[in-house]
Design a protein around this ligand. Structure first.
Ligand SMILES: Cc1ncc(COP(=O)(O)O)c(C=O)c1O
Length: 384
């Protein structure tokens, strides 16, 4: 429960105290945060609404499990909380259908490394989670980036068309659902439409990082397509709903033939701590419900306040949303930063939209206070 953030604070206090005893005072660190160097004190003082993190951190049960994982800190091939089996059971698949990654970011890279060899192309929309396209250019592959529709939905007919026309060159199709940065879903019937229309042997990577926040009944996970034998790879993460971003754990669910191809590209860099934490987090549904409830409540409150001030927000199904500023986003990001509020980076070509992650109630208040200073005259739709 989120009320347990109090005890989690206690735990973090414990970590701080432990660091002090080994001579690592919390103020002594300088590290890179984005492009700038900041002290730990500065970092801790930010309202962090830039990276779609879970501000509450792991649940007490997950913290306990991670502590337990230290028992094997000195081992290879140790008991790992049966994480693979637990993920397989959670989705009704076999362990052969599961591949672990150090975050789902690693899964996306493994998919790129596996299916974009020999200058293949990835088909997807822009803006979306850009790491896939950056990785493609890093391995000298290409991206076919399609525009969003005017209402910010992903253009399924255009994806089908691009995949069919480039069939021999397409390594995989990437779909982030719900999409980052817009927060907009692709409904189940459109996923079916895509899979029915593209050649059966083209893998489709479904990035479901924000799956747990969706309430729209038209949305469905793509895992049943894996069970049905389609060449679909579902990527999931413990970074968002489970609050474990810095612990680094994610996974892929896919048919065995695809997992077998992907496995050699994995690094095996997942710690015992992450595995024990993840094995517990999977069953932590009450905690997840609570994180979802409070996140959606704060999202509703914040977007209603912005709408009231004359700004349009894109209806979101995630723990972040986009708001239309009516002016360039870059200077606005800088203004927030001056007020110690970190907000999302620019997402070309949506350069008049700002992405805002949902933080704690206190962080959202700081965001609204800063907003009213930065936009004293209201938004493009303000009356008077
Ligand atoms: C859509 C999407 N996919 C994947 C990731 C990678 O997350 P992680 O590597 O922490 O699992 C993120 C992180 O923000 C994301 O937004």
């Amino acid at each position: 429960m989120i009320k347990s953030t109090v005890s989690r604070r206690g735990f973090f206090g414990g970590v701080a105290a432990a660091l002090a005893t080994v001579g690592l005072g919390p103020k002594s660190f300088l590290f890179a945060q984005g492009r700038r160097r900041v002290t730990e004190a500065e970092y801790d003082g930010f309202a962090k609404l830039s990276s779609n993190e879970n501000p509450y951190g792991p649940s007490d049960a997950v913290m306990e499990a991670m502590n337990y994982g230290f028992k094997y800190a000195n081992r290879y091939g140790y008991p790992d909380g049966d994480i693979l089996q637990k993920i397989a059971d959670h989705h009704g698949v076999e362990t052969d259908n599961v591949l672990l990654g150090a975050g789902s970011g690693e899964i996306l890279k493994i998919v790129g490394a596996t299916f974009l060899q020999i200058r293949k192309k990835v088909v997807g929309v822009e803006p979306s989670y850009g790491s896939v396209y950056r990785h493609a250019s890093g391995v000298k592959a290409d991206s076919i980036k399609l525009a969003l529709l005017p209402d910010y939905r992903q253009d399924i007919p255009a994806m089908i068309d691009a995949t069919q026309k480039n069939y021999r060159d397409v390594g995989f199709v990437y779909m982030c659902n719900p999409n980052n940065p817009t927060g907009v879903i692709v409904p189940k019937r459109e996923i079916d439409q895509l899979l029915d229309a593209i050649p059966e042997d083209v893998p489709v990577l479904m990035d479901e990082a924000y799956h747990h926040f969706v309430t729209d009944p038209q949305y469905a996970s793509a895992v049943p397509h894996v069970l049905a034998g389609r060449q679909v790879i579902v990527a999931r993460t413990f970074s968002k709903i489970s609050g474990m971003a810095a612990i680094r754990l994610g996974y892929a669910i896919a048919p065995k033939n695809l997992i077998d191809q992907m496995r050699p590209m994995g690094t095996g860099s997942i710690s015992a701590i992450a595995k024990w934490g993840g094995a517990t987090a999977l069953g932590d549904t009450a905690e997840q419900e609570e994180v979802k409830r409070i996140t959606l409540e704060l999202r509703g409150k914040t977007t209603a306040a912005l709408t009231q001030l004359g700004f349009d927000c894109i209806p979101s199904e995630t723990n972040f949303f986009m708001v239309h500023l009516g002016r360039e986003v870059r200077p606005v990001i800088d203004e927030f930063r001056k007020r110690n509020v970190l907000v999302g980076r620019p997402f070309p070509p949506m350069l008049q939209h700002l992405r805002v992650s949902i933080g704690t109630a206190e962080e959202m208040e700081r965001f609204m206070t800063a907003w009213k200073e930065i936009f004293p005259n209201g938004g493009p739709k303000a009356s008077g």
